[in-house]
Design a protein around this ligand. Structure first.
Ligand SMILES: [Zn+2]
Length: 469
């Protein structure tokens, strides 16, 4: 039987519209999903939108819309853009889905009955931008460092609390000991270190309900409160398996996300799952951010890059390539229109595009008719399996350069048809392997290359990636 592989992107918060950050996580997830399909796994790939909370209610009010209508509209900007990038997700979950709401209520009720939830009064500073309490030490000039334009508000209310503190030792053990029944991985290593340090420094219990936020899921045993949006949102990864009849896919094999939400995914989520008696995800992978020409990307700087802009300039496969090759795996990655355009011209118009055009022309001129089978192995497999799309692409591009040299050094164009055959056979074998290896990354280009070179009569075609300025 096939291995199952369940991977998720975060569900994106509907107070924002899609930008290159969301695009990065989602494209990489799609590449991994396609890779796992290619090696024969049975894949479930989930994405979606996170739709409750004060911030959404506030944004809806500003637009003069009821919250649900506002969510419908913004959620659609996400679900519409992903297919244009050839993202083949299997299900798009929305946290306003009544089934999600019901399952979350059932799970919380269970945790409550088990004694891990209690009521207490809490006073603290709250950042609506982050939708979370913030401590004095985290403030910068009296403001949330991520939201310097908004005031933090003092909130004092009776809430329900989850006994998160009690789980710290269990989580430390789970991360450090592979034999722990709760073992899970956080990658890259630096992110695991970060979570462990925070756990070891001691953690507080977590407020998991709000008395003043009505746009949310009611706490099942106390309808005067709604479930804290973050807690409820995390459960989407589980509820989606139930909603779609894919219960056997739980636990998730991989949660892919940006590092700003690592703590929720790398500690709080696991504690909640243990409390609910559910299995833990196998791996959490938290990537860094893009900077735009060495500046933080922000609305106020006006340098936000959208997937629509990328598609318009580069087209779908090139966008996927540019995202994957600059993936901020462990450190921030700097992009910008100039850099992206240079990379497009160097790697796609010149590198890959040139080789394909050159080789096809030679095959045509030299009447090359050898039909070759598809290769069995893809390049960069080890790298892709460990979520390193950049190095996987480097492996493929090494093969592109090597094949280019093979043609040049043998001066194939000067040879007779018969003499050219050996070198062309080798070169076409390589290009078929390149084509197949590109399948998870550039599905359309991959299909074109495999079509063009599967023989018997190889013909020149229009350029795959025309140069752009
Ligand atoms: Zn904030």
């Amino acid at each position: 039987m096939a291995n199952k592989f369940y991977l998720t992107t975060p569900i994106y918060y509907v107070n924002d519209i899609p930008h290159i950050g969301h695009t990065c996580t989602t494209v990489i997830a799609d590449i991994l999903s396609r890779y796992h399909k290619l090696i024969g796994d049975e894949v479930f790939f989930l994405t979606g939108t996170d739709e409750h909370g004060a911030k959404v209610a506030e944004a809806a009010k500003k637009e003069g819309l009821p919250p649900k209508e506002f969510c419908d509209r913004v959620s659609k900007t996400f679900s519409d853009i992903w297919p244009k990038l050839n993202i083949e997700y299997d299900y798009f979950i929305r946290t306003t889905n009544p089934d999600h709401e019901k399952i979350v209520q059932d799970i919380l009720e269970k945790i409550y009955k088990n004694g891990d939830i209690y009521k207490a009064k809490y006073t603290g500073l709250y950042c609506i931008g982050c939708e979370k309490f913030i401590t004095e030490t985290e403030l910068f000039d009296g403001k949330c460092p991520l939201h310097p334009n908004r005031e933090v508000v003092k909130q004092s209310e009776e809430n329900y609390f989850f006994k998160l503190s009690r789980y710290a030792p269990i989580l430390i053990e789970a991360l450090e000991n592979e034999n722990s029944p709760y073992h899970y991985r956080i990658s890259p290593e630096s992110k695991k270190t970060e979570v462990l340090a925070k756990l070891k420094a001691g953690i507080n219990d977590l407020s998991i309900s709000r008395a003043e936020v009505s746009w949310g899921i009611p706490v099942p045993w106390d309808k005067t409160q709604t479930v804290y949006v973050w807690v409820e949102a995390l459960f989407n990864y589980y509820t989606a398996t139930k909603i779609t009849g894919r219960g056997s896919f739980w636990p998730a094999d991989l949660h892919l996300l940006g590092k700003e939400i690592l703590w929720f995914h790398g500690a709080i989520w696991e504690a909640l799952l243990i409390a609910a008696g559910l299995a833990l995800p196998k791996e959490i992978f938290a990537h860094n951010f893009y900077t735009i020409d060495n500046q933080k990307m922000s609305k106020s700087l006006g340098n936000v890059i959208s997937p629509q802009q990328l598609l318009e300039k580069f087209g779908v496969d090139a966008t996927r390539y540019l995202i994957a090759s600059s993936f901020p795996e462990n450190n921030d990655s700097d992009v910008g229109w100039k850099k992206l355009t240079e990379k497009y011209n160097a790697d796609l118009a010149n590198g890959l595009g040139n080789l394909v055009a050159r080789l096809a022309k030679l095959c045509e001129n030299k009447n090359f008719t050898v039909k070759l089978p598809l290769p069995e192995k893809i390049l960069g497999e080890k790298e892709l399996a460990s979520i390193r799309p950049g190095p996987a692409l480097e492996k493929i591009w090494q093969q592109i350069n090597l094949t280019d040299r093979l043609i040049s050094e043998n001066k194939v164009w000067e040879k007779t048809d018969r003499e050219a055959e050996t070198v062309l056979t080798e070169a076409v074998k390589n290009i078929l392997q390149i084509g197949l290896s590109l399948r998870p990354f550039l599905p359309e280009t991959s299909a074109k290359i495999l079509d063009q070179f599967s023989g018997p009569e190889i013909k020149a075609q229009p350029p795959l990636f025309p140069r752009i300025s």
